[in-house]
Design a protein around this ligand. Structure first.
Ligand code: BGC
Length: 729
């Protein structure tokens, strides 16, 4: 118990406590209409007084129409603080912001690849660096709380938020998510360069059955425990201070109303003691969308009793009003309110907000500087995946004549995606930013050897004739396709296949006989089965960030050796959206009848300009007992002509188990760099937790039997001896 907090709590009225639990959007203190604020944004004095002084609101979030400079953000923070100082208890406001792939609502900030792109780097250090830079630059703008990272698993490729995830795998997401949290929070969230992370969106948000955002998910308890909980658990273990709740429903229960998830699992089982915030308007949606609450007031009661600490209301005072009434009527106890307010005050204290910890702007000399730029460029380089490269079509030679075409060739929107300067990222190209599109980066390198055929729309018919005509005069075609930026439900689609207009461009160009390099910039794996064979090389970037154009030009020209690996399965057919860790029956191909697992590109796939060979896979034991640690070593050699990075991936397969085992599961990985001709022995350790699964009783167990370890095309088996079932440590 913190004496400071207890003393403060004892002084607070019910209205002040409920105020702390209320979070409103900046729209409520700014001029203009909600969702249509005036631009440039100005604060409204009267509304500011109402929100901060009259209602003693605890938290404000968001940006308005467009990102602000650090200086403008600080003016906004100062204006809010000046009103806080006029309140009875001067409790500081906790400002929260969507700093996604960097301080994405701070003008001039350093933007990294989006999470799915970052996941393609398979590089923990880069994830940590992204977290560090994002925290530093968000704090440079005076804000102490970032709604990031996303720990939802992206296991439905249609879902418009899959690019916000670290992909489909439990281990990869947990490793990169916890590294990001470490980068953002360090050891002390009150440090001037650190802030509070907010894990999103607990729990089961990433697998809507329809693929549309915020539509029902059906997740069996076993899958929830084995797949969806562990990445969050790892990020909690890394110290994540806050968590945001899934807006959707799972198994028919909106998560915001579910005490089994928000209290039994989150608090009691996982031991999370930090702040739980709702997502946007989600208490109201219990009444208006999900229809589990007959009234708004009942929605508030349900959510608070389920375990919510703070409501992202975010546009009015209804939550505040109803919650006060509920306590006064005895439907919710004041002790329940106190539990949430304690957590909110504790977070504010840990962030140093009571000490007025907003450091002067000159404490942030690295903001948007060379060091951060270099880190984001390196992340962009490693985020690009070379999916195909027939007959060494890539890299290009500088004297080759190149036709560049396609709708993603000259736009920063396809490099950055949403949450970039604005929610939908639609204004990115209008900001005169000092970053190169692919076109700008290639012009700088190729000069007059580059011909460019403009295409602006992703869905409408492109000027195919002009591109075909131009192709006749070049040696090679670089066609840039994919998606523009979108966020949340704006990205819902009915068809995962790439738009026909784009497919038609490739089909027509292929008739010229010129080699085609397909560059895909997109937020999810749009299906390309119709054109993949028509392209000699394929490069892929899941929104690789502001430096993505530069990184792609370097890779196209061979200055950088590609090293990205897919963090999701790239499907081939619309009705075969199967993850890599599927079950055996999904892999069968019976009696010539079509079936089996045949994606376009597999999870973990990614080529290089050099080649790697794997040899001497060895296990320290061929037979182990439950508490033994087994060592797995493998020798990796760079057998090509140039230096390159490789991701050594260790998969495990439980050959027989009482719950059908997956074909394989990723258990370890290490990204290494080797000079041409060099070799290195990599050793991994596996222990009981790596062999465990959630059994028939929905509890973690290990079972004796044979396990197969796979690294690249090598494999070896060991036997787990002990017969009794033990709960996971
Ligand atoms: C999104 C969250 C986001 C919040 C605040 C919601 O619509 O689902 O991911 O953090 O808005 O902007």
């Amino acid at each position: 118990m913190d004496q400071f907090i207890e003393e403060l709590l004892a002084k607070m009225t019910l209205a002040e406590k409920v105020g702390q639990m209320t979070q409103l959007t900046i729209d409520t203190i700014a001029n203009g209409k909600a969702y249509k604020l005036d631009f440039p944004l100005t604060l409204n004095e009267e509304q500011l007084i109402e929100v901060v002084q009259d209602y003693a609101v605890g938290s404000i979030l968001n940006v308005g129409p467009l990102a602000h400079t650090p200086k403008r953000w600080r003016e906004i923070m100062d204006a809010i603080a000046s009103k806080v100082n006029k309140t009875r208890l001067s409790i500081p406001i906790l400002y929260g912001i969507d700093s996604i792939h960097g301080a994405s609502y701070v003008m001039g900030a350093t933007l990294f690849p989006q999470q799915l792109g970052l996941a393609a780097t398979w590089n923990r250090d880069l994830a940590e660096k992204m977290g560090e830079v994002s925290a530093y630059e968000t704090k440079a703008a005076g804000m102490p709380w970032a709604f990031s990272p996303v720990l939802d698993l992206g296991r439905n490729p249609v879902w418009p938020r899959i690019w916000e995830t670290f992909g489909e795998d439990v281990y990869l997401a947990g490793e990169l998510g916890s590294a990001t949290v470490r980068g953002m929070q360090g050891d002390d969230i009150g440090h001037p360069h650190k802030l509070a992370a907010c894990l999103k969106h607990f729990l089961g948000y990433g697998v809507p059955l329809s693929g549309r955002d915020r539509t029902p998910a059906y997740v069996p308890a076993r899958q929830l425990a084995e797949y969806h909980v562990p990445p969050f658990a790892k990020a909690f273990a890394a110290g994540a201070a806050t968590v945001m709740i899934n807006s959707g429903e799972m198994n028919g229960i909106p998560v915001h109303s579910d005490p089994a998830i928000l209290t039994d699992l989150l608090r009691d089982e996982l031991g999370f003691t930090g702040l739980v915030v709702t997502d946007w308007e989600d208490i109201q949606y219990l009444h208006t969308r999900h229809r589990v609450a007959e009234t708004q007031k009942e929605a508030v009661r349900m959510a608070i009793q389920a375990g919510i600490d703070m409501s992202m209301v975010p546009l009015d005072f209804t939550f505040t009003k109803y919650l006060i009434e509920l306590v006064e009527e005895g439907a919710i106890s004041e002790a329940r309110i106190d539990a949430s307010v304690r957590r909110i005050l504790q977070l504010k204290r840990d962030l140093g907000l009571f000490k007025g910890m907003v450091e002067p702007q000159d404490q942030y000399p690295l903001f948007a500087g060379a060091e951060f730029k270099a880190a984001s460029l390196e992340a962009s380089r490693q985020a690009i995946v070379l999916c195909k490269n027939e007959e060494s079509t890539l890299p290009l030679q500088k004297n080759q004549k190149v036709l560049l075409c396609g709708p993603s060739a000259d736009t920063l929107r396809s490099l950055n995606g949403g949450w970039t300067y604005s929610w939908q990222g639609e204004l990115t190209d209008e900001q005169s930013l000092p970053f190169s599109t692919i076109k700008a980066a290639l012009v700088a390198q190729l000069g007059t050897n580059l011909t460019y055929e403009k295409a602006v729309d992703f869905a409408k018919e492109l000027d195919i004739d002009a591109a075909v005509k131009a192709a006749k005069h070049v040696d090679v075609i670089v066609a840039c396709l994919g998606e523009t930026s979108y966020t949340e439900f704006y990205g819902n689609i009915d068809n995962l296949t790439l738009e026909e207009a784009q497919l038609n461009l490739i089909k027509a160009l292929s008739k010229t006989g010129k080699p085609i390099i397909l560059v895909l910039l997109q937020g999810r794996p749009r299906l390309i089965a119709e054109i993949a064979d028509l392209c000699q090389a394929i490069l892929l970037g899941f929104y690789p960030g502001n430096e993505g154009g530069q990184a792609l030009a370097e890779i196209l020209l061979g200055e950088t050796c590609p090293s990205g690996k897919l963090p999701i399965t790239y499907p081939k057919h619309p009705n075969a959206l199967i993850t890599y860790d599927h079950k055996h029956p999904e892999n069968l191909e019976l009696q010539g009848v079509l079936g089996g697992f045949k994606p376009q590109f597999e999870f973990g796939h990614g080529l290089s300009y050099t080649t790697f060979a794997y040899n001497n896979l060895s296990l320290s034991q061929s037979s182990i007992h439950e508490n033994d640690v087994i060592q797995v070593s493998v020798e990796v050699s760079n057998t090509g002509q140039s230096r390159g990075k490789e991701v050594v991936q260790l998969y495990l397969s439980d050959l027989y188990a009482s719950v059908t085992p997956s074909i394989k599961r990723l258990k370890r990985f290490e990204k290494i760099e080797l000079e041409a001709g060099a070799s290195k022995v990599i050793t991994f350790q596996l222990s009981k937790d790596d062999l465990a699964f959630v059994g028939r009783e929905n509890r973690w167990i290990v079972e004796p039997g044979t396990f197969k370890v796979m690294i690249s095309d090598l494999s070896a088996e060991f036997v787990l001896q002990k017969t009794s079932k033990l709960a996971k440590a």
